[in-house]
Design a protein around this ligand. Structure first.
Ligand code: GDD
Ligand code: MN
Length: 354
């Protein structure tokens, strides 16, 4: 086996046969297998099995009943399961033309690269298939931001957000990967210095169906970037900061509506406690949820902690306001900062303990 083609799929039924047909045509003379890592909720797995029976190409299907890590998690599972050390990762919607793969294999054969990236942003490549100007702008801006954050590791890579690349598995530090959401190449390149080569390609339009990219994926990406660059505590701080601002904003609004500041603070705290927990679950500690028991147990621990914290914080707030006469919203800000530090320690060491 020269190469394993890894295709993450989520409800891509109508694209499967055309993808296999074009792979077969593009890779005649190359020994390859196709590994679909599928998280679909529709009949895509049946379509894959059916198509597999009709071709001579070895096709494997890994259907995940309990998907973790989204698209990135699926790619990592595919890489771990592949028969060849060389793994070609591509989308299942034909936005990544199979006809580029021979160029990528030829580039890898030179022997001086661990990763061959198919790039939209190098000379000869285009990103016309990005559905609209907003997505093009977002893609360009996030590429710039990412390259600025990892100048050395992403040197020589013009498209760290592409999902189309060929990688030599032994060169990856698989254990260090924390796949979350869409940007798995970034995760691979940022964890370890890799030797990167590029070939240009034209990002095509989708063959059938709709993109699964979303605003939530964008937020996941920003969390991933923060955690890769600055570590978990800073992502926690960011969530805490957003929560604290929301807390104060709600308090300020309620006081504006005529509510007593103590009640306003209690109400604002309850709303932010629940909101913060959800952000921690799905963003900051997403990779640790698996191994730390049931969500409702974590919520109970987290809620109890924050409840106790609030119960201590509210009298402290009262004392601060009544004794020192600093404005109530400023006093609340001071108590929130003190509470933050204790809260990070508790969550990292107790709530998300394996
Ligand atoms: N297994 C699995 N699980 N596959 C998924 C999931 C998931 O949760 N979400 C999406 N996929 C699959 C899709 O079925 C498709 O084959 C591929 O991942 C890309 O998803 P699209 O919905 O087509 O995303 P896109 O076209 O917006 O994003 C593409 O462009 C980005 C750069 O602009 C992808 O190539 C990204 O990887 C790339 O970063
Ligand atoms: Mn796509």
């Amino acid at each position: 086996m020269d190469v394993s083609v890894i295709v993450p799929t989520f409800n891509e039924g109508p694209n499967v046969r055309e993808l296999l047909r074009r792979l077969d045509a593009a890779l005649t003379g190359t020994a390859f297998e196709v590994v679909f890592v599928d998280d679909s909720t529709d009949s895509t797995p049946d379509i894959i099995r059916e198509a597999a029976a009709k071709t001579d190409t070895p096709v494997r299907l890994i259907h995940r009943e309990h998907p973790t890590g989204g698209l990135g998690g699926a790619v990592v599972e595919g890489i771990q399961a592949s028969a060849s050390d060389w793994c070609l990762v591509m989308d299942g919607d034909l936005q990544h033309p199979p006809e580029v793969i021979p160029d990528m294999l030829a580039r890898a054969q030179r022997g001086d690269a661990d990763v061959v990236v198919a790039s939209r942003y190098t000379a000869g490549g285009t990103s016309d298939g990005l559905a609209n100007a907003v997505r093009t702008g977002v893609s360009r801006a996030s590429t710039l931001l990412t390259k600025a954050m990892f100048p050395r590791k992403l040197h020589g890579c013009s498209d760290p957000m592409t999902g189309f690349f060929l990688v030599n598995r032994p060169a990856i530090d698989v254990e260090s990967l924390r796949p979350r959401g869409f940007k798995i190449l970034l995760e691979i390149l940022a964890r370890k210095q890799m030797r990167v080569a590029e070939v240009p390609f034209d990002f095509a339009e989708r063959y059938a169906g709709e993109s699964k990219a979303s605003f939530t994926q964008g937020i996941r990406f920003l969390t991933q970037l923060t955690m890769l660059r600055f570590g978990r505590m800073s992502a926690f701080a960011l969530v805490g900061g957003v929560g604290a601002l929301a807390n104060l904003g709600i308090m300020w609004a309620l006081i504006g509506f005529g509510m007593e500041y103590i009640w306003a603070s209690i109400f604002a705290s309850i709303v932010t406690i629940v909101g913060n927990f959800l952000l921690l679950e799905y963003l900051v500690f997403a990779d640790m949820r698996e191994d730390s028991g049931l969500m409702r147990h974590r919520f109970l621990k987290s809620f109890t902690f924050n409840g106790i914290e609030a119960i201590i914080r509210i009298p402290v707030l009262w004392v601060l306001v009544e004794r020192t006469h600093i404005p109530s919203v400023l006093a609340a800000a001071l108590t929130l900062i003190a509470a933050f530090i204790v809260r990070f320690l508790f969550h990292a060491l107790v709530v998300y303990a394996p």
